[in-house]
Design a binder for this molecule. Structure first.
Ligand code: ATP
Ligand code: MG
Length: 568
């Protein structure tokens, strides 16, 4: 490829809306252009990377025994109504009508669609297991599209679905996909770590997310440095910090004018936050619930939702708080609220005594509260978000918290979809059984950007050779001198013959401009071809990741070998 003919336009300035480095570089290096919020055009360079990632995914899916398909992006509403997700997907799903006023959705995912197709084809145990996959565009009307391709409204996903006869089969499919994911990300030059994740409305279902660790990540992940436990904070568990066995005098009321938050009240009373119980009023499926956690803790609403078995859980509006507690917001507590509602508390508080709680009365708190003696806590459960320094439930070591970008997820679905669609097969004894399913997604376009987030420096992107838009850039310093152009052209064809893709920067530009662009886009190997160098015996070859001191000068005839060595 000749640069002078290529649709490439690098930018000096970062786009206004880019908050993170990979987003800035993506645009500056001419990989994508924004069309509108959450919508991007893939330019030729970006498209090359996208295709290379797809190819890796395809090879690993095929190797794992999955079969490629493609399903319609436009999906009839009936499919979604079968599982009830036409309603529960909410505004994230793009819904539209065709000219006959039939409801359709733009695929945010495809469990319903694929289950319907497979159901229509498989009827015997002999046809199972089956794993199918597609690489196709997905649409989600995200509340906050941002970070470029990381959270966009239209994105490329590889989604695979497994169908098995029994739990043992599903287990096997699950780990086969898990292994395939490990290989996919490694081949993309990415360090992606598998972490346990929350099963959503499927509660305890086994699921792992693959995360690229980066400060820009939207998810928090708890890691145990000793035993290797790794879990998304949505799910992560810890050993509770119980403070039982404390002597507790009788309850006393304290006036706490205007002190509502734990910070304010702890400053006011001169006690550390952990001496307090924070009580929050939630509404779970329309019913108010009081939730108590230690003062230095935050409620994990996902754990709360699972524990209550509720479909929706949200903080109560002030009117409900006042009705339930009999006090303005800020003074809720578990001792005799105005309304007798369900009270749940975190495991930390089991046996807690001599703690301070809201008095369910304006400007007042209660001290010397023994929860067992004085409050009506109905149940204790793990309800909080893990913090750095919390203790691992498995080995007792202190955990750390890191940020991650979710690039993929594997998920045991069981019979959630196959049950709704009555996707059954006949056993050897001719009994009807429901198929067991798993689903497996990789965000291909998000992965592209995650690679940049993990691999860049102050000058630009540093592409791993496997996914670089071109593996080699040949900087032709004297494009108008036929002798130099001939050397560059010959090298380009020799590389092509060796299976290495190269772009020749044949623009009439100063060397400095060419070097800057090459560094910005991040081609793994740079070759400089110029008359001066040729007169001195050769071309300069250098890896993007290395500094100048590791540059080699080689005769044109041995350039291909030197380049191939550097690409290894
Ligand atoms: P998130 O929690 O980030 O919203 P998700 O868990 O809802 O993602 P999945 O349904 O698991 O996403 O989709 C599979 C993969 O698709 C994700 O692991 C992620 O890599 C990618 N993905 C999901 N939403 C987006 C998006 N809005 N933009 C780009 N990629 C996305
Ligand atoms: Mg996910």
């Amino acid at each position: 490829m000749k640069w002078s003919k290529a649709l490439i336009q690098t930018l000096r300035e970062s786009p206004q809306d880019a908050e993170i480095e990979s987003h800035k570089l993506l645009v500056r290096a001419s990989l994508v252009r924004k069309v509108a919020g959450g919508l991007y055009a893939y330019l030729p360079l970006g498209m090359r990377v996208l295709k290379k990632i797809q190819q890796i995914v395809r090879e690993e899916m095929d190797r794992a025994g999955a079969q490629e398909t493609v399903l319609p992006i436009m999906q009839p509403a009936e499919l979604w109504q079968t599982t009830g997700r036409w309603e529960t997907m909410g505004p994230n799903m793009f819904k539209l009508k065709d000219r006959a006023q039939r409801d359709v959705a733009l695929a945010p995912t495809a469990e319903e669609e694929v289950t319907d197709v497979v159901k229509g084809m498989v009827n015997s145990y002999r046809q199972l297991p089956v794993i199918v996959y597609q690489i196709n565009w997905k649409f989600r009307d995200e509340t906050r599209p941002r970070f470029g391709l990381m959270r966009s409204k239209e994105f490329l996903m590889k989604d695979a679905y497994s169908f098995d006869v029994d739990a043992e089969g599903l287990e096997k499919s699950y780990w086969t996909m898990y292994e395939a994911y490990t290989r996919v990300f490694a081949r993309c030059g990415l360090k992606a770590v598998p972490v346990q994740a929350d099963g959503g409305d499927m509660g305890d279902s086994l699921t792992h997310e693959f995360h690229v660790l980066a400060d820009a990540g939207e998810d928090g992940i708890a890691f145990c440095p000793r035993c290797g436990y790794a879990a998304n904070l949505e799910k992560a568990e810890r050993q509770p910090n119980r403070r039982a066995g404390v002597e507790c005098p009788v309850v006393g009321k304290v006036a706490t004018p205007n002190a509502k938050t734990i910070e304010e009240i702890s400053a006011f009373m001169g006690e550390t936050p952990d001496k307090f119980v924070k009580t929050l009023v939630y509404v779970a499926d329309g019913k108010p619930v009081l939730v108590c956690v230690a003062g230095d803790r935050d409620v994990n609403e996902i754990k709360l939702k699972h524990f209550l078995g509720a479909k929706t859980v949200e903080l109560a509006p002030p009117a409900i708080v006042e009705e339930v507690t009999g006090a303005p917001v800020g003074f809720a507590g578990p001792v005799k609220p105005a309304k007798a509602v369900q009270i749940v508390a975190d495991l930390d508080l089991e046996g807690a005594a001599d703690v301070i709680v809201g008095a369910n009365q304006a400007d007042a708190h209660l001290k010397h509260v023994d929860l067992k003696r004085d409050a009506q806590v109905g149940a204790y459960a793990d309800l909080t978000i893990v913090k750095a320094g919390d203790v691992c439930t498995r080995c007792g070591e202190k955990m750390t918290i890191k940020r991650g970008i979710e690039v993929g997820q594997v998920f045991k679905l069981g019979t959630k979809y196959s049950g709704a669609f009555k996707a059954a097969y006949k056993t050897a004894e001719l009994k009807e059984e429901t198929m067991l399913m798993g689903c497996y997604g990789i965000g291909i376009s998000r992965t592209l950007q995650a690679i940049i987030e993990q691999s860049h420096d102050k000058d630009g992107i540093v592409w791993p050779a496997s996914v670089a838009p071109y593996q080699v850039v040949i900087d032709l310093l004297d494009p108008s001198v036929p002798e130099a152009a001939a050397v560059a052209g010959k090298l380009e064809s020799e590389l092509e013959a060796a299976g290495v893709d190269a772009i020749v920067d044949d623009r009439e530009e100063r060397p400095g401009v060419k070097f800057k662009d090459a560094d910005l886009i991040g081609f793994p190997v740079r070759v400089v071809v110029g008359m001066k160098g040729l007169a001195n015996g050769g071309v300069e070859v250098k890896r993007r990741a290395d500094d100048k001191s590791r540059m080699k000068v080689v005769p044109p005839a041995s350039a291909v070998e030197a380049i191939k060595e550097m690409l290894k």
